[in-house]
Design a binder for this molecule. Structure first.
Ligand code: 8YV
Length: 313
């Protein structure tokens, strides 16, 4: 049996954190008066760190925990973890795939429909009494549109399946074509954006996708174009996004993720053609419970010397 105090990098889903703390000695980094001193105090004993999709662990911090053996991420995106350090130093990494795929894809479609049909605007239109003075302007439609998906992993593919029943045509971009995928592949994200009416970011975060959706891609999407991001803020040029939306060179956007969460540019907050969500993709009771189950099972498997449940390749 492997015993280890656990360094928790950020608050987890409540019930998951309660279970973790009932089974292990857990140190909450964000509550430490001196984070550096806490990490130094764990140097000889801490072999397990728990992270979230948004709060990972960098190489410098892991280097201060030389006994580290496992980083268990509460989330599917591991871009906030220095995987190169983990590979080099034999630190195992686990995440929480599959259990959140449908939830995140559902939110992507909800965000797309809310953006295309201007649902938050309509809600305000009624609440502010504007309907008493006349009807709301007509909106665009999702029906029959061309939807470009950037990143056809589990979540991207689930989004595509959700969009097809709306009579849409699906195209996609990724590092390489995939056999057996019936949707049109574009090896250039700008060309996909030029083709598409809607562009949905569903790719992982990290160096390979940093600003993948560039100013050029957003300009190619065009003044009627709709951009949806349920991936990471880092995958899009956020400054260009704000500028093009503000100048009417991009039609509208539905955003669940941002560069510097929870800080959102005031310009986006003030825009009527933007729908904003506070990184809610997987944030339901049911899905966060399942994510927590995987974290607890991975930590237990490590403690018992058994194979990890969801290791990151
Ligand atoms: C959560 C996520 O943000 O799975 C991910 O990568 O971004 C989300 O599920 C996060 O990990 C939980 O705080």
């Amino acid at each position: 049996m492997n015993e280890s105090p656990i360094l928790l990098m950020a608050p987890l889903h409540g019930p998951t954190q309660e279970k973790l703390e009932s089974r292990h000695t857990v140190h909450r980094l964000w509550e430490a008066p001196d984070a550096g001193a806490l990490i130094a105090s764990l140097a000889d004993t801490c072999r397990v760190v728990v992270t979230t999709g948004g709060k990972g662990i960098d190489a410098a911090t892991m280097a201060r925990l030389p006994k580290l053996a496992l980083v268990a991420c509460f989330g599917v995106g591991v871009d906030a973890i220095d995987l190169g350090y983990c590979r080099k130093h034999g630190v195992a990494v686990t995440n929480t795939p599959d259990v959140l795929t449908d939830e995140v894809a559902d939110l992507a479609l909800a965000l797309l429909l809310a953006t295309v049909r201007r649902i938050p605007y309509g809600d305000r239109f009624v609440r502010e009494g504007r309907w008493l003075k006349g009807g709301m302007p007509l909106t665009q439609s999702l029906r029959g549109r061309k939807v470009g998906i950037v990143g056809l992993g589990r979540i991207g593919a689930a989004i595509g399946r959700r969009c097809e029943p709306f009579g849409t045509t699906i195209g996609w971009h990724g590092p390489r074509a995939k056999p057996g995928v019936g949707w049109q592949y574009f090896d250039d994200v700008v060309e996909l954006a030029r083709w598409a009416d809607v562009l949905i970011a569903a790719c992982p975060g990290g160096p390979e996708t940093h600003r993948l959706i560039s100013r050029a891609a957003l300009e190619a999407l065009g003044p009627e174009g709709i951009f949806v991001n349920i991936a990471r803020g880092s995958v899009v040029d956020q400054a260009a996004l704000v500028e093009l939306l503000g100048k009417g060179k991009l039609g509208s956007a539905g955003l669940d993720v941002f560069d510097d969460e929870p800080n959102v540019p005031q310009a986006l907050i003030e825009m009527e053609n933007v729908v904003l969500q506070p990184h809610m993709g997987s944030a339901t009771h049911a899905t966060r419970t399942e994510m927590g189950r995987l974290v607890l099972e991975n930590v237990a498997a490590w403690s018992e010397g058994k194979p990890l449940v969801t290791p990151v390749a």
